[in-house]
Design a binder for this molecule. Sequence first.
Ligand SMILES: [Zn+2]
Length: 251
Amino acid sequence: MSSALIAGAEEGILVDTLITIDQVDGLAEWVRRFGKRITGVYITHGHQDHWIGLARLQEHFPDARGIATPEVVERARFEATNPGLSGYWRASFPGELPQTPVLPEPLTAAEFELEGHVLRAVSVGWGDTEHSTVLHIPSAAAVIGGDVVYNGVHMMTAETDEKTRDAWIASLDAVAALNPKIVVAGHKSVGAPDGPESIGASQQYLRDFSRIVNEGGGVEEIVAAMLELHSDRDNPRTLWHSARTAVAKRG
Ligand SMILES: [Zn+2]
């Protein structure tokens, strides 16, 4: 997964937080090398892997306010209080998560600024979850894509069906329409270039997944067919999870 730093001359804003104490400490060490005062942490969507590190991050950068759209804050609150969801992350990383979660605060407007440059929270709707956003930085022709854009790793489709995957593909059209030169995916393989090619590649992956699921095969067939088309992507565990969920949803 990725966290992005948007740096001005003196101040910086981070996008998404990583998960464990160790990961966040490593992130903070990396951020310090740029010598910026971190004033905000923008959270792209409500999944905990993108905001659960906020509590630890604020120990490193006390001026960093967590911010998100109101819908993302609500989803984050749901994830923090839902026993199944918060239990999943605590069981995955026992003793490695902040004890008390800190939620982002709701933005009152979609646009905010970093040293006079506009940053815009674009609510696109579906990504790998509802109420997803991307952060658009027009002056840098950059989009921080959260989990709307994946790059070089298998995509988590477990919360979607064919209809919401179509909505996700439309969200990616909305990202492309911003004409970005830099696109940072929320989940990416190490070293993958942050270019706009990841937009179309994500759309192709989602189309392939829906088509293959509709062919009616079981979990192993779906995984095998997807691996044949997308063998270059990391993290097949996610594909297994997505395939199992798709088969279960057939009822
Ligand atoms: Zn994620």
